[in-house]
Design a protein around this ligand. Sequence first.
Ligand code: SF4
Length: 286
Amino acid sequence: MDVLKITPRGYCHGVVEAIRAAKQTAKARPGEKIRMLGYLVHNVHVTDELQQNGIQLIDRDNRLEGLDQIDGGTVIFTAHGVSPAVKQRAQERGLNMVDATCSDVVVTHDLVKDLVERGYDVVYIGRRGHPEPEGVVGEAPGRVHLVQDPQDVDDLKLTNDKIAVTCQTTLSIWDTAAMIKRVRERYPKAEAYNEICRATQDRQEAAVEAAKECDLVIVVGSERSSNSKRLVQVVQELAHKPAYLVDTVADIKPEWLDGKARVGVTSGASTPTQLTRQVIEYLEAL
Ligand code: SF4
């Protein structure tokens, strides 16, 4: 099997920094209870390793309820960011806070806060149930409106003259452009701020380009990972090639490779390098 290793792939700066912050916290505070409020980054292997470092996972959909489970010690906020309400609750509970929010997500929080302070209603394109939109919408509930699909845009009932549209950092570049266009069709004066991060853009563009020269693409990443799932999506929709998400080499199904000569391999921004290496070695050995 001819294997095309797509670059860039794997860890982005936000993931590297979040893991470093968590590990440093565990090292600096031996004996203290340290919890991460959700998956630090959306990869189960990374989370398992952190738990082996003594950082306990508090995995609740509602992070305020997750905080209520914590009885002192340190809480680490994940790379996806948290709402002001979560920070306030942590403070009220007397917890030490370590904020591992990616700097790119912080930029979006700051942007949304600034827009709302200047009188805008913000249409925010993102995925329901993902922690990043929950954190951003929480900056100004009632003034930040989460939309996931075109129907949500059609259902908006905004009367404010000042409207802005922005987005989650890890969406499909192409889907988001279409959603922004739709918002501006409904609200022609809406100001657009595309917040898809550089790491996501670069990985998607590289995957789509490389896929054109491959029979299929395998994306190494977790089901929870938004940017990994978007890599599969953009290859399928833009390059019109089969694409599959695998957590590890064990998930590869031999029938995917029947009659195929060239496979592209990429990985999400939170996927450990060794998992991708194992997939590449397996494919190269075929
Ligand atoms: Fe930050 Fe983008 Fe990486 Fe998410 S994918 S952690 S927003 S750099």
